[in-house]
Design a binder for this molecule. Sequence first.
Ligand SMILES: Cc1ncc(COP(=O)(O)O)c(C=O)c1O
Length: 410
Amino acid sequence: MPMPGAFQPSADLAEDLLRVYGSPLYVYDGDHLQQTLYHITQAIPYRYTRFHFATVTNGNVALLQLVRAAGWGLHANTPGDIYLGLHAGFEPEAIVYSGSNLNRDDMAQVLAWGITNFNLDSLSQIEQLCDLYQTLDNADRHPCLRLGLRLNDPALTSDSRIGVRPEEFAAAQSLVIKANESIGAANIKLGGLHFYRGTGTNATQAFTQVIDRVIELGQHLPDWAYLDFGGGFGHPYRHGGAAFDWPAFGQAITAKLNQLSASVDLVIEPGRAAIAGCAALLTTVVSVKWQGDRQLAGVDTTVANLSVPSVHGGYRQITALETSPGSQTYPTDVCGNTTYSRDYLGRNCQLPKLAIGDTLAILDVGAYGYAMASHFLHRPRPAEVLLQAGQHRLIRRRESYPALILNQIV
Ligand SMILES: Cc1ncc(COP(=O)(O)O)c(C=O)c1O
């Protein structure tokens, strides 16, 4: 099954949804999400592969439940990701946690939730985990902790702040041996290597070229049991442009891992690539003006609802839903409903002449969309709706103004 293209609702469906749920509105296509997960799953024939969806991109519990139904586990970046995953019904054993800079209370909480697979990024975090584990009562102590090192190798991860250098592997091993000795059992297994290339890379070679080196470093671990290869796979936001080639990657990594004399598990934890394409943010045109040949369309959403285009410079395609085919288009800036000078959802889009009440769809917003929405500019956040098998349902209510003073003490 090919990777599905970007989800875009028909004009009629969008009109129905906006009538029922209001505007602006995040709309997710559950069937699209499941097809994407299937495509990724099928692309990697390596026998010992497990897929874990990176919740950092989208924490809506209804969507996480679809991920779980597809047989995927979860990848957590933070304790909050774990909390959402547990709410969605993931077993703690199905959650891989790759952390950075957890304080002692955070780490104790993660252990108390029953998480057993940790990828940690410094010797001091490993020491803290070992120490906490030793202080637990026998009854609270999970009999096996799978521990992985987040890799920091300047040749592969440039100057990333994350990770443990290869020359520190032996010291990590000593910490674990010491902890196991003190509890009198080899409960903590340091057997994982975790590699994260950085987010949003469509160049397949950027991944395939480094597989050999990552595997070589994994073999420095005396009890190497799993390779976690990220995260970071791109999504083709420019439709028809470069796209990450899952089958090519899957073949390459399978061939390399199959050459190992002892098999290791492979963990793949995509976020963006799994969920970006299944959602659109619907918004309504509320004002139109012209500056020379340029159309400025004012809409009822803002970069606080979708921060990527303005704050992080990412491109998201915007389409007008009611357009008749072949209608003339004009360079158009799609402007948010605040006076923040960077409140542009899109610049230089090619759109037809717009009128007040028209609907625009901002595509590919399933990843880092709602998850990065904030109360900056003090606009309540939109609702989220899920389409599945021809039905639609609300999966997060629209906020109203009281959300802005929640937890404030006056
Ligand atoms: C360790 C790790 N894995 C996976 C992800 C998800 O990345 P992406 O959405 O680029 O696949 C992240 C994102 O921050 C991450 O830090």
